[in-house]
Ligand binder design. Structure first.
Ligand SMILES: NC(=O)C1=CN([C@@H]2O[C@H](COP(=O)(O)OP(=O)(O)OC[C@H]3O[C@@H](n4cnc5c(N)ncnc54)[C@H](OP(=O)(O)O)[C@@H]3O)[C@@H](O)[C@H]2O)[C@@H](O)CC1
Ligand SMILES: Nc1ncnc2c1ncn2[C@@H]1O[C@H](COP(=O)(O)OP(=O)(O)O)[C@@H](O)[C@H]1O
Ligand SMILES: [Mg+2]
Length: 289
């Protein structure tokens, strides 16, 4: 048996620091997100919003062209590329600090083609966040894991598809063994999300059913992408901080709302992170206040 390490707000203070004065957007990483077919444009827009609001330096969204105007009307900070243009996607994937693939990608032949193209152009220097449809497609098609520091963000059914472990059988021990085989970080999303890494298993002890809303995981994928791009010196710490911040902000919003809209978490992030950069102080009664 492994003992899960419970995450605390310390992870936020460890990761979120004042920005160096001598910096520019390139200091905070480039992120390329790929997803959002004709039906699931919202997913990649939510992921991209999370990445921008988390503070990634430059954000590019590769998606179906039908999503270009909705993307820009919500988020002019993001650049757009057509996810069907293999060459352009390759050019955007290669230099990225972090690639996020899967939110709303879909699971048809076009989605599979796009995923294979992305996987062919990642490298070991990059963080690659694999979410949603990309996990489902990998499992169904038996695709090899691409190069990179791989971070999977499955919900329990996606993890069942990827690991072969039925939801009812997803024990810490079995999950850890499956993670070790993959050699990747696995963020197993649920109430009290678990993060499986090479060395340790971490557990989130915050989070609320007010988060059980479509798009909540898309938002997390964008935050994990944003944090790993921005805080790229410590990619694992960045993943843990993103998971923690996602639910900490949600809890704060849920104090006055029955449900939390995923984009509200993203929009609250700049203010939340400003509080975190100050670290603990004597007035620190709880960062939620
Ligand atoms: N606005 C948008 O554009 C949105 C786009 N989205 C995009 O849609 C794509 C498909 O993703 P997906 O998660 O919706 O579907 P899929 O992978 O088939 O899994 C669902 C199946 O698994 C089952 N299930 C069992 N346990 C579960 C658990 N703990 N958590 C979740 N599911 C669980 C579940 O059971 P049921 O709920 O039916 O009882 C059902 O049978 C993906 O690319 C995503 O990014 C969404 O983010 C929504 C907003
Ligand atoms: N009851 C709950 N308590 C805490 N967190 C939850 C709860 N239900 C869902 N979540 C969170 O919401 C997110 C759902 O992810 P996912 O199913 O991939 O959503 P989507 O694909 O619709 O964006 C995860 O981060 C999960 O931990
Ligand atoms: Mg999801």
């Amino acid at each position: 048996m492994f003992t899960m390490e419970k995450l605390t707000d310390q992870i936020l203070f460890d990761v979120i620091k004042p920005r160096p004065k001598d910096s520019f957007k390139g200091t905070f990483g480039k992120i390329t997100l790929v997803g959002g077919n004709k039906n699931f444009g919202g997913a990649i827009i939510m992921a991209s919003t999370a990445a921008v609001c988390a503070g990634a330096g430059l954000v590019t969204t590769c998606t179906d062209p039908i999503n270009a105007s909705p993307l820009h009307s919500q988020l002019p900070e993001a650049m757009f590329a057509d996810f069907n243009d293999d060459e352009q996607v390759a050019k955007l994937v290669e230099p990225a600090t972090t690639v996020v693939v899967g939110p709303g990608l879909g699971d048809d032949q076009q989605s599979l083609h796009i995923l294979k193209n992305v996987f062919a152009h990642t490298s070991n220097q990059q963080n690659v966040v694999i979410d949603g449809s990309a996990i489902t497609l990998m499992a169904r098609e038996g695709l090899s894991q691409p190069a990179g520091n791989i971070i999977y963000t499955p919900h329990q059914m996606e993890w069942q598809r990827l690991s072969g472990i039925k939801i009812a059988d997803q024990s810490e021990e079995r999950n850890k063994a499956a993670q070790a085989k993959l050699g990747a970080t696995v963020v197993l999303k649920k109430h009290h999300t678990e993060i499986y890494t090479d060395d340790k298993v971490y557990q989130l002890t915050i989070g609320t059913p007010a988060q059980a809303v479509g798009g909540m995981g898309d938002t997390l994928a964008g935050m994990v992408g944003g944090f790993t791009a921005e805080f790229s010196q410590h990619p694992l710490q960045a993943v843990l901080a993103a998971v923690y911040a996602h639910s900490a902000v949600a809890e704060q919003i849920a104090e006055s709302q029955y449900i939390v809209l995923p984009h509200q978490i993203s929009r609250a992030l700049p203010t939340f992170m400003k509080k975190m950069e100050k670290g603990h102080d004597e007035d620190h009664i709880g960062f939620l206040n």
